[in-house]
Design a protein around this ligand. Structure first.
Ligand code: COA
Length: 258
């Protein structure tokens, strides 16, 4: 297993937990942290014993307060192009469900990291935002696109052009946060959802995630095709046979991920 400086990796039953671990800097995402995070997620994605992955931040104050401004301050476009930013693409390609357990600040890249996840759980003190505009730049890890597809044009414009922070509760009302829980309960709640997800047939979960994400990337006709292909494909799985048999035999299904 890889050794990490800025992330912690734990396994709780069939759930992988990756903690961004740079609390003195509010878990600011420097290049090494994002590379380590991508590697850790890929490792858990390959691990057959793991069915779901939770991402959270160390400390009381932040999920992640954005890309590391100190590291970026003197960079040129070519430094950015060649400096490992594509690690974000590796996070985008993770096939298992990702749950963000957000406490405190999820700003800039921290907000974008939450947007890479499939379910977002937040403590009531969580604050989301894309404050890049205040630094003279814009989001670069998908913020403008994923927010626009989730919140629509007008709320996204407000977030991205003004750069203000928004509470978890407000984002829950807008459909971006799944659950808001009392402060400090975010990880517990995320693990509860993750363990429930771990009970589901993993191949179906993988193909369901892929189908939902296709809605963000394709015209409707193409997305419907993608869904139909995955739907048909699942009829080849042992889990489909087990799931339907168990229903008919009035017992609990035992899914093997085959
Ligand atoms: N990059 C680098 N360091 C950061 C950081 C970031 N994005 N966000 C916070 N830090 C560091 C601070 O520099 C400080 O380090 P220091 O103690 O060595 O000086 C430490 O984390 C604590 O942050 P601080 O600013 O002192 O806390 P605060 O409570 O006063 O403010 C925030 C909290 C989140 C409002 C403030 O840190 C902030 O605005 N951060 C930047 C957010 C941002 O613009 N993100 C997008 C980047 S593209």
């Amino acid at each position: 297993m890889a050794e990490y400086q800025y992330v912690l990796v734990e396994r709780d039953e069939r759930v992988g937990i990756v903690t961004l671990n740079r609390p003195a800097k509010l878990n600011a995402l420097n290049t090494q942290l994002v590379a380590e995070l991508s590697t850790a997620l890929e490792e858990l994605d390959r691990d057959e014993a793991i069915r779901c992955i939770v991402i959270t931040g160390a400390g009381e104050r932040a999920f992640a307060a954005g890309a590391d401004i100190e590291e970026m301050a003197d960079k040129s476009p070519i430094d950015m192009l060649t400096g490992g930013f594509e690690a974000w693409e590796r996070i985008r390609r993770i096939k298992k469900p990702l749950i963000a357990a957000v406490n405190g600040y999820a700003l800039g890249g921290g907000c974008e990291l939450a947007l890479h996840c499939d379910i977002i759980v937040a403590s009531e003190n969580a604050r989301f935002g894309q404050p890049e505009i205040l630094l003279g730049i814009i989001p670069g890890a998908g913020g403008t696109q994923r927010l626009a597809r989730t919140l629509g044009k007008y709320r996204t414009m407000e977030m991205v052009l003004l750069g203000n922070q928004i509470s978890a509760r407000e984002l829950a009302d807008l459909g971006l946060v799944n659950r808001v829980v009392p402060q400090g309960e975010h990880l517990k709640e995320a693990l509860k959802i993750a363990k429930e997800l771990a009970e589901r047939p993993p191949i179906a979960v993988r193909l369901a995630k892929e189908a939902v994400l296709a809605a963000f990337e394709t015209p409707l006709a193409e997305g419907l095709e993608a869904e139909r292909r995955n739907f048909f494909l699942l009829f080849a799985s042992e889990d489909k046979r087990e799931g339907m048999r168990a229903f008919l035999e009035k017992r609990r299904a035992q899914f093997q991920g085959r």
